[in-house]
Design a protein around this ligand. Structure first.
Ligand code: GLC
Ligand code: CA
Length: 567
């Protein structure tokens, strides 16, 4: 009898366990044995939606276009796509001027198209990250239209309105980062409103609790629709000094827009920013979502502030200092990597985005650009941390700015010409093949396709085992499979070497060595296997004639060697 009861109990428990494992999916915030969450092992990829793939052939990319490329992205090794703003917008700042936070701009499709994209992405285990423009809305947002309508309107205090200092004088000396005064007079109500960016992007007043509630509401609205997180735009600029103190002028002279050079002390990086980030994070945590930050920090101490006390703010503040190492200098990269590796949170590495010159041109010497593109990929995709790629980087797309002012689309390129040519150069259409318009669209694309599309495109490079694209695929594959690259510690080796950047990733019973020749001449390094606790090395991935044997790595000019180390 006892036995029968025991057997029945066992059967019952067994059925419960089976039932559970069949129906329950791991929650999004589940951690692995290293305590890591999904986004710590994921490869992110930024898509500038206007420029990625145009499904309806109007010259502008769209959501359906992105959906047709999900298989390409999966095959490349992408786990999450960050789509730059695709919400309704007058497109003054190409989507960074949002007129409705809970919809899709008709030029990109519909909410139904978004839902299809989200479910197709999910099938492939690709997460979707949206871009949350938290500092400002469009001047065409209904909140601002109401705010502007009268001094007593319900939304007046949703933005920052002030009287001028005197007749024809703005409230203070703050200048817009896109040129001119940061204040615009509204003649109807005879007050000025504040805009850190274009006048068409009025700053929201985050000191107003109603603004907070509305924006936190937007955040959950998208999580409920299947979004796995946000990239938070321009977080430095959320708050301003309530007393509107004038900013100090740093030195004589003017910037590209003819404005004085200000220390933006009273309108950026105010401590109140962190209250908002903690609030956004609380909402994110309810959905197991990740927050990425556009965080332009001066040093790692500042970066640590964005992770927050006990990591209660952004999980992924981007380290832009890495993008500012503007030459192939092992010493400078070593220094920056060590600094970020020692930060209080998980590192986030980027080398390119829609606001800066592409890495291909920043590091290219004009002769070995493809080789150098592979070197940069081997560098930031093998570090301890999460990388965020930028579309086209994987095929060696070049920055192609307008050659005359009339062609420029990005408004700052027109006001700042010729010193500031704008950001069109890094936003050109994705190069899919060598057909007309690089296979991006059958219509004339919104920005011209760079001439390099004939040689640098997905179709051609997929056929060439030595292409930049095939190299990216190999590194990304290694990164997903090798536990030392996923979870291993980072250790710099040969720290006095001015030619080769080399480091180890050490994990339990094995490790990986990465050696990158940042010069135009052949180089050799020793790995120091024994001293570092390893017994032997074998090649995992190398470019050209670069190789490793015994304790030594030989590298061709700009060569890459990645080796597996056993203990
Ligand atoms: C961020 C975006 C940039 C935009 C600005 C204003 O810096 O990356 O493209 O122009 O914010 O929203
Ligand atoms: Ca289109």
């Amino acid at each position: 009898m006892k036995k029968v009861v025991l057997l029945m109990c066992a059967l019952f428990i067994g059925t419960c366990i089976l039932g559970l494992s069949a129906s329950a999916q791991a929650p999004a915030h589940a951690v692995d044995k290293e305590g890591h969450q999904w986004w710590q092992h994921a490869v992110f990829y930024e898509i500038y939606p206007r420029s990625f793939a145009d499904s309806n052939n109007d010259g502008i990319g769209d959501l359906k276009g992105i959906a047709t490329k999900l298989d390409y992205l999966k095959d490349l090794g992408v786990d999450a796509i960050w789509i730059s703003p695709c919400f309704p917008s007058p497109q003054v700042d190409f989507g960074y001027d949002v007129s409705d936070y809970e919809n899709i701009d008709p030029m990109y499709g519909t909410l139904a198209d978004f839902d299809v994209l989200a479910s197709e992405a999910k099938k492939r285990n690709i997460h979707i990250i949206l871009d949350f423009v938290v500092n400002h809305s469009s001047d065409q947002h209904k909140w601002f239209l109401d705010s502007k309508s009268s001094r007593t309107s319900a939304h007046r205090d949703w933005y920052i309105w002030r009287d001028g200092k005197g007749p024809g004088q703005p409230p203070n000396n703050w200048t817009s980062t896109f040129g001119g005064s940061a204040w615009k007079l509204d003649p109807a109500t005879n007050q000025y409103y504040y805009h850190y960016f274009y006048a068409e992007q009025p700053d929201l007043n985050w000191r107003n609790p109603a603004v907070k509630d509305a924006m936190f509401g937007v955040e959950s609205w998208w999580y409920k629709r299947g979004v796995s997180g946000f990239r938070l735009d321009a977080v430095d600029t959320l708050f301003e000094d309530p007393n509107l103190k004038d900013n100090p002028i740093l030195r004589p002279g003017t910037n590209a827009f003819g404005d004085p050079i200000e220390d933006k002390k009273y309108n950026t990086k105010l401590p109140e920013v962190h209250d908002v980030l903690r609030g956004l994070r609380k909402v994110a945590d309810q959905y197991g979502a990740v927050l990425i930050g556009e965080t332009w920090t001066a040093d790692v101490a500042e970066l640590n502030q964005y992770y927050g006390q006990g990591n209660n703010e952004l999980q992924m503040p981007m380290d832009f200092l890495f993008t500012m190492v503007n030459k192939l200098s092992p010493a400078e990269f070593r220094k920056q990597i060590a600094a970020v590796n020692g930060a209080s949170g998980w590192p986030t590495f980027v080398i390119s985005n829609h606001d800066i010159v592409r890495s291909y041109d920043r590091y290219g010497d004009g002769e070995h650009n493809d080789q150098i593109a592979k070197l940069m990929a081997a560098l930031y995709l093998t570090l301890r941390g999460t990388p965020i790629m930028y579309y086209g980087e994987e095929i060696g797309m070049k920055t192609t700015p307008a050659t005359n002012k009339e062609e420029v689309k990005d408004p700052i390129g027109r006001t700042g010409w010729p010193q500031e040519k704008g950001r069109d150069g890094e936003r050109t259409p994705m190069q899919w093949d060598d057909s007309a318009n690089a296979g991006f669209s059958t219509a004339t694309p919104w920005l011209p396709v760079p001439p390099t599309y004939k040689t640098h495109n997905v179709a051609e490079e997929s056929k060439d085992p030595n292409s930049v694209l095939e190299f990216y695929k190999k590194v990304l594959k290694l990164r997903h499979e090798n536990t030392a690259l996923l979870d291993g510690s980072y250790k710099a080796i040969n720290e006095a070497d001015d030619n080769v950047l080399s480091y180890l990733r050490d994990y339990r019973d094995h490790g990986v060595v990465v050696a990158l020749n940042m010069t135009n001449a052949p180089q050799k390094i020793s790995v120091g296997l024994k001293g570092n606790g390893f017994a032997s090395m074998k090649s995992l991935l190398a470019t050209g004639s670069s190789s490793g044997s015994g304790d030594e790595v030989s590298l061709e000019p700009y060569g890459v060697f990645i080796g597996e180390l056993s203990k």
